[in-house]
Design a protein around this ligand. Sequence first.
Ligand SMILES: Cc1cc2nc3c(=O)[nH]c(=O)nc-3n(C[C@H](O)[C@H](O)[C@H](O)COP(=O)(O)OP(=O)(O)OC[C@H]3O[C@@H](n4cnc5c(N)ncnc54)[C@H](O)[C@@H]3O)c2cc1C
Length: 288
Amino acid sequence: MLSLTDFKTDVDLKQFCTIRIGGKAKYLYEADNLDSLYQAYTVCKSHNIKYRIIGLGANLIFDDLGFNGAIIVNRANKIVKRNCSLYIDSGTTIGEIVNFCFKHGLSGLESLAGIPSTMGGAVINNLGANACEIGEFVNYVICLDSNGKTIKLNKKQCNFAYRNSLFKQGNFIILKVKLTLFYNEKEYIKQAISSNINKKITTQPLNQPSAGSVFKRGEIIPSLEIDKLGLKGLKIGGAMISTKHAGFIVNIGNATCNDVKKLIDNINTKIKNKLNTSLNLEIEFVEY
Ligand SMILES: Cc1cc2nc3c(=O)[nH]c(=O)nc-3n(C[C@H](O)[C@H](O)[C@H](O)COP(=O)(O)OP(=O)(O)OC[C@H]3O[C@@H](n4cnc5c(N)ncnc54)[C@H](O)[C@@H]3O)c2cc1C
């Protein structure tokens, strides 16, 4: 049985998010399977410690002060295949799933190749690219609700929308997801994966730490407007608006959460002055 002594203490959070920003977590546990994920959650509940489940930290910016509770890193990554359906542990990465699909000639997720995400993070954000969203393929999601009860929600109940789902509103822990895909020629799948990855390499600053697109698309396309304002390359501290893709903020060295927040405020003020509208955040700040 897991106990609090199995958790690491005072762990630097920079290594647990793709933008490499953040102070220290008071406690941190890396769960290799769903059983240990559940046990880590019960340890936090029984000690009344606030907790946060994370995947690859590809959509997160941790506070400079760190996290005054327990970060549970989800690495549960089992995939079971039955015909065209996959039963996927929530810590499985999109990369692992796309590779598995290619191996078995299963198609549908090629557009998502190259995006850093776990299955859990993907359903929460309804991960999407090139007119494809993960929600289209979800059959059901098994999760813990806010009372710690295991529930099964079908696709309709998940309320998938653009970068949104039911799971963003409540306090859920995603455990398993059933996706239903379709068979296709392996050669087709291979070409589609490689062309999507190449497109990302060409258009996004993948060689620099970031948390992906900072803003959601709305009435306007944020990256286009930020570019038109001539803001590419604008720096505050170690945070910079990418010179390759104006929708990304990159960490060019020792950026802080505060640098990123100031850069976002700067962008928002200029957008407000020019277009009298404000941008909605796609990235998520995790408070101390
Ligand atoms: C270079 C780059 C490119 C990107 N491109 C795209 C793109 O094309 N399309 C797109 O949609 N996104 C994109 N993103 C954003 C990111 O990939 C997605 O938001 C992704 O779904 C995050 O997944 P994650 O597992 O890392 O979640 P995390 O960032 O670790 O967590 C995100 C949120 O989900 C919660 N969470 C995670 N797992 C669980 C769980 N099992 N149970 C309960 N809560 C959980 C966390 O607490 C947090 O609130 C990009 C990011 C980067 C860095």
